[in-house]
Design a protein around this ligand. Structure first.
Ligand code: NAG
Ligand code: NAG
Length: 192
């Protein structure tokens, strides 16, 4: 008998209004992201800019995904200190609006980044980003080797210049000695 009472009109109405409330809350979380895809080179920085707003204080969580790997980067709340995992210690900057800066990029950083913004009642919203990380380009290496050759050439020129100066100095010294000799001879010979 009370089985029927459990599902009477009033209970259903309460259930429906709770569900509607949850949907409404989920809808009121907003995550703006001007740019969703980035390409960077190794050792460069990337700034995932987002502006997260929701009723109350949002909790921001950033996760990294690549292939089968899913790794927590960190969680924080605006105004409180961020909790960044050891893997990312020192490389991550957390911002109150949910943005995240990642510095000193490595090849392994390429993949998907997901920011999850959740509010106290438990609803949340995800936004994903794609990061491509390029190796240092061949042209850069060529540029480096060209600079190395130029530096070696400059060093060679400097050594040549020093050698020439040294030779010139010796020549002048010898010429002076030779120029002084006859005078010395003359003064020494004079009494004779
Ligand atoms: C979030 O905050 C940072 C730092 O104040 C700012 O540079 C960035 O533009 C903001 N992002 C958005 C989407 O407003
Ligand atoms: C930071 O996160 C780790 C892993 O989720 C958790 O064990 C730890 O309690 C957190 N620390 C703080 C201060 O929130």
């Amino acid at each position: 008998m009370w089985r029927f009472r459990l599902w009477d009109g009033r209970d259903v109405a309460v259930f429906v209004s709770i569900a509607a409330c949850l949907v409404q809350l989920a809808g009121s979380i907003s995550v703006l992201a001007p740019q969703r895809s980035f390409t960077r080179s190794v050792q460069e920085d990337v700034f995932f800019s987002v502006d997260a707003t929701c009723p109350g204080t949002p909790t921001i969580r950033w996760t990294f995904m690549s292939g089968a790997v899913s790794r927590l980067i960190g969680t924080w709340r605006p105004g409180a200190s961020a909790n960044i995992t050891d893997d990312y210690g020192g490389r991550v900057r957390a911002y109150d609006n949910g943005s995240m800066g990642l510095s000193d990029l490595r090849l392994q950083d390429a993949g998907f980044y997901v920011v999850t913004v959740s509010e106290a009642a438990g609803s949340s919203k995800d936004v994903g980003f794609v990061l491509k990380v390029n190796e240092v380009l061949y042209e850069d290496l060529q540029y480096l080797s060209v600079s190395a050759v130029a530096l070696a050439g400059l060093a060679g020129l400097l050594m040549l210049a020093m050698w020439l100066l040294d030779k010139l100095h010796r020549k002048i010294a010898a010429w002076r000695r030779r120029k002084q000799m006859p005078e010395n001879d003359a003064t020494e010979l004079q009494p004779l």
